[in-house]
Each structure stands twice: as C-alpha cells, then as structure tokens.
Design a protein around this ligand. Structure first.
Ligand SMILES: Nc1ncnc2c1ncn2[C@@H]1O[C@H](COP(=O)(O)OP(=O)(O)O)[C@@H](O)[C@H]1O
Ligand SMILES: [Mg+2]
Length: 372
C-alpha cells in the first residue's frame, strides 16, 4: 500500500468523487477572534468516543479545522488535534469527502505529520538538535471508519506560543534582554539542526505563532517549532528563489528568524510580515539607536501586517543585544552572500557572550579586544 492510499483511508478508491464545495460551505463561520483563533473555550467539546482512549482532556486552542487539546495518553502528556468542520461538527471522512477544501486541510495535516517524522527521525546519528522540532505520535487517518472523528496525536509543545509568552512577560515586567537572547539562540539551534539534516529542511513559516515555549519538569524553557505543514526540502546547490518572496529557500528561515528577533526586541509583530512583503529593512536597523524611531514608524506604516500589535514598550538594548541585533539584520540583506547561516549566527553570539562575560569579570576599565 502506498502512502497516499493510507492517507485517503476508506476513500482510497473514490478520490475522483471530490467536489469543489459541499454542504458544509453553507454553515456560518464561527465568531473570529484574532484571525482564526478562539482562545476562551472549546465549542464542540472533546469527542465522547475518544474519552476512553485519552484521559483528562484540557482545551488549548481552536484553529480553522481543529481544536487542540492536551491529554494524558500512554502515561504522558500529549497534544491531540481533533479536526472539525467550522466548529459545527467533528471532521470525519464522510464529511471531508464532499468538500475538497476540507480534504486539502487534511492533506496539510498529513504533510505536517510526515514532515515531522523525517525532521525528527531522519538523521543517521542521534542529534540532540532534533528536540527543537515538534514530534508526532499517532493518527487515525488510515483506519478511521467513515463516521469516526479524525485526530492526530502530537508532542505537547507547551501551553504558550512565543507571541503569548512575550505578551505575558511584557505585562508582568519580566521581559529581559537575557530572555530574548536565550530564545533567539534556541531558535538558531533549531535552524542549524534543520540545516545539517540530510534533507536540508526549511520550516518556511517561521513566526512567533509557530514557535512554542515548552517548560520542562525541571523548569527549563525549551523552544519547539510547530506548524510543519509548509516545510520544504531543497537541493543544496539549487539557486532558484521560492517564487514568492524572491528568496532562495535556504535563506528564508534565517531571514524570518531575524524578523522574529526584531519583534522580540520591539514588541511589534512583524514576524514574517516584512519577509512576506519582500521588504528589505537592512538599512533601517544598521544603526539601531538612531534608526529605532524611523523603524517603528516604518513598521507602523505596514498596515497589511495582519497580526500587528504594538503591545510592548521597546526597551533599551544592552551592548551584547545590540551587537546580536545588528548582526542578525545581515540575515535580511539583499546580498545573499552577506546572509549568515544559523551556524554562523550561533558562533558569533557565543563569541560575543564569552567576551561579555570577560568584560564583566574584568570591570568596565578593562580594554580587552579579542578581535584585534
Ligand atoms: N504540538 C503542540 N503543542 C502545543 N500547542 C500547539 C501544538 N501545535 C500547535 N499548537 C498551538 O496551536 C496553534 C496553531 O497551530 P498550528 O499548527 O500553527 O496551526 P495553524 O497556524 O495552521 O492554525 C499554535 O500557535 C499553538 O499555540
Ligand atoms: Mg500556525
């Protein structure tokens, strides 16, 4: 049996029956809060048929075709995506069959599942960098009966995405340069891992909403990349752009990570927006202190920024931070040869951190300069 056959489940012989729109198009859309996301509670509830299998379900999030729940399963805390149709009905093969846009969403979910498997487990040798990528465990797509709710079991990657995490810390006054650099470094570690993976994965949709902060039992915070459905693989020597941003796919994640960093620093959501708009803000960030004001008004002008929020107050950059930002902005350079890889960025930051420590130990009078 081929992979596609597994995916189409009981309808593996009826794909040609797919119509363009089905009766579910007639359903009203649920109330939208923050785009597709409704955070206050589940509308459908957890499927009664799955309550024996998954214990203690806690509602987390509503997406366009799924509700996400945290559950206990096989003795572990996991996340389950329960697919639905406009929050009016659980998604089943029978319902998806009559509407190709629903089928497409399931294809996306299945892609995410398969991408994760290869990203996490496709290395020849164990590599601790794999932990930064969401793992997946189980799905019933292949063997669900026509009227059974479709679900997918994922690694529980934490209760907050980076946007929510930043907002909470900003409101509590605990958003610090150290925290920002810690998260940015982990993000780079994740990208460096994808870069050394034999398939050369590119996440291709990096933004705070797709970066989770998972708190481990010991209290440490770890970054997880989620939303893996748009990830792509590429040939190392392929020079073509991605036909959308004008960027080579190889540069896409590092550019997006710089945009995420700017967002973490300024509390302005430009995440993927600048990259998507094909804007080259390199010169605006070159002299951080001087250009900050210009940059903010520039960003304020980018009205298409769908997730635009100016929640946090920009805070003064310390030296390390400023250097990291200046270097990170190279990631957005028009000149591809100037764009650092994730690995380049990491070694730069580690060197600067070491310098910073030395300077602090030797006091402000010391004139240590490791560059000369
Ligand atoms: N494995 C996971 N663990 C915890 N939360 C998750 C997980 N996957 C997704 N989420 C939450 O659900 C949100 C949407 O998931 P995502 O896969 O990005 O779907 P989409 O953006 O297509 O709606 C994320 O921003 C995050 O808050
Ligand atoms: Mg997403």
């Amino acid at each position: 049996m081929k992979d596609q056959d597994l995916f189409w489940g009981p309808y593996r012989d009826s794909i040609e029956l797919l119509g363009d729109a089905g009766p579910y198009d007639a359903l009203p859309s649920p109330k939208k809060i923050k785009g597709q996301v409704r955070l206050e509670g589940s509308k459908l509830g957890f499927p009664p048929a799955l309550k024996d299998k998954f214990k203690n379900p806690q509602y987390l999030y509503t997406g366009s075709v799924f509700e996400l729940w945290s559950v206990e399963y096989r003795g572990k805390k996991m996340a389950v995506k329960i697919f639905h149709v406009k929050e009016e009905a659980y998604m089943t093969w029978n319902r998806a069959l009559v509407a190709s846009h629903l089928m497409l969403k399931l294809v996306g979910a299945q892609l995410e599942f398969e991408n994760s498997k290869d990203m996490r487990h496709g290395m020849l040798f164990d590599d601790t960098g794999s932990k930064y990528i969401m793992d997946v465990y189980e799905s019933n797509f292949a063997d669900a009966l026509p009227d059974e709710p479709l679900f997918m079991v994922l690694e529980h990657c934490g209760d907050e995405n980076l946007q929510q995490f930043q907002q909470r810390h900003t409101e509590a006054g605990t958003w610090t340069p150290d925290l920002v650099v810690d998260i940015y470094v982990q993000l780079l570690e994740a990208l460096a891992y994808l870069g050394r993976h034999p398939s050369h994965w590119v996440h291709h949709n990096l933004k705070p909403g797709n970066i989770m902060i998972k708190t481990l039992p010991g209290g440490q915070m770890e970054v997880r990349l989620v939303d893996l459905k748009s990830a792509v693989v590429f040939d190392d020597d392929d020079d073509r752009d991605d036909g959308h941003t004008g960027w080579r796919p190889q540069s896409y994640d590092i550019a997006a990570s710089a945009a995420v960093l700017v967002e973490l620093i300024m509390g302005v959501s430009l995440g993927h927006t600048l990259v998507h708009l094909g804007v080259q803000p390199h010169h605006l960030f070159q002299e951080f202190g001087v250009a900050l004001k210009d940059t903010i008004s520039f960003i304020l002008d980018v009205r298409e920024a769908r997730e635009y929020t100016a929640t946090a107050t920009p805070f003064k950059a310390d030296t390390l931070y400023r250097k990291v930002l200046t270097k990170a902005v190279d990631s957005l350079s028009n000149d591809a040869s100037k764009r650092p890889t994730a690995k380049d960025m990491l070694s730069f930051i580690k060197k600067e951190q070491a310098l910073d420590k030395l300077k602090k130990r030797n006091g402000p009078e010391s004139n240590m300069d490791m560059d000369s």
